[in-house]
Design a protein around this ligand. Sequence first.
Ligand code: AMP
Length: 287
Amino acid sequence: MASSTGITKRTVVVRTRAALRDALAAAPRPLGVVPTMGWLHAGHRSLMQRSRAADATTVVTIFVNPRQFGDPRDLEQYPRNEARDVAICEEEGVDLVFAPSVEEVYPLGFDTSIRVGAIAEPLEGTARPGHFDGVATVVAVLFNLVGAEHAYFGQKDAQQVLVVRQMARDLAIRTEVIACPTVREGDGLALSSRNVHLAPEERAAAPVLHRALTAARDAWAAGERSGDALRSRMREVLAGEPLANPDYVSVADLATLRELDRIDGPALLSLAVRLGSTRLIDNEPLP
Ligand code: AMP
C-alpha cells in the first residue's frame, strides 16, 4: 500500500494458526481472503484487487493442499516460489499472507473430510475423484481460521466456486463467496499456475480451449440451443488441434451443472483438455 510518504507498507507473513489469530485480532474490518496455492499470477492479482477495493484488510493464503491432488506426481511438480509470491502480495498491498505448513493446516490426528453432494459430482468431480473433498475440507479450515466477511475465487474454476459456496452455506460459515472473472492472456489462454508446465508447442496449442468455448458461445449467440450441437462444436474445434486431448466438454445448467439437452436458461460451457501431461480447464458462462 503506497502511503503519503511513498513508503510501501510491508506484507506480514505468518505461518501458524496462533500467529494468524494474533495478526487478525486488531485487523480493520471487513476482512477479505483470497485462498491460493501460490505461484501467483495476474488472475490471483485480480482477486487481491477486488478484496482491496471492498475490504479494509486483505489476507492471501498460500497453501499447496495435498488433499486435493489425486496424483502424487502432480502434487510434487506443482510450482512453488514463496519469495516471489510474497513480493506480488506486497505489490498488491496485501496486508497479511498466511503460508502454513501441511502440519499446521492438518495437525496430527486431523481426521475430518468434507464431502459436498451433487454439485461436486460431475465434471471435475468425476475426472478427479476426491479432489473436491480436499478443496471443501481445506477451504472450511481456512474460512474458520481467517473468519473473513468475503472470500474471492476465480470463475475459471467455476465448479469450485459452486462447491465452496454450498459447503459454506451448509456449514453455516458466514464468509460470502464472491466469484471474479477469468483473467486471460492476449491469445485467450486462461492464466493458470499449471501453464508453466507447457512445452513451447503445447503453449502455442493451448488457446484452442478458449477458441472452442468461443465457437460454442458464438453458435449459442446465433440461436443454437441444442446441448449436443454446442458440445459437438467444441469437440470440432478441439479436433483441429492435434496436441489437444479432450477429457470432457460440457454444456450444463449454471446452477446445478447437470448436462443440458436444451439451453433455456443460464448455462455453463466448460471443458478439460490435456496437452501432453498438463491438464487445463476453462469455461464460459452463458449468457
Ligand atoms: P489456485 O492458486 O490455482 O488454487 O487459484 C487460486 C484462486 O485463483 C482460485 O479461486 C482460482 O479460481 C483463481 N484463479 C486461478 N486462475 C485464475 C484466472 N486466470 N483468473 C481469475 N482467477 C483465477
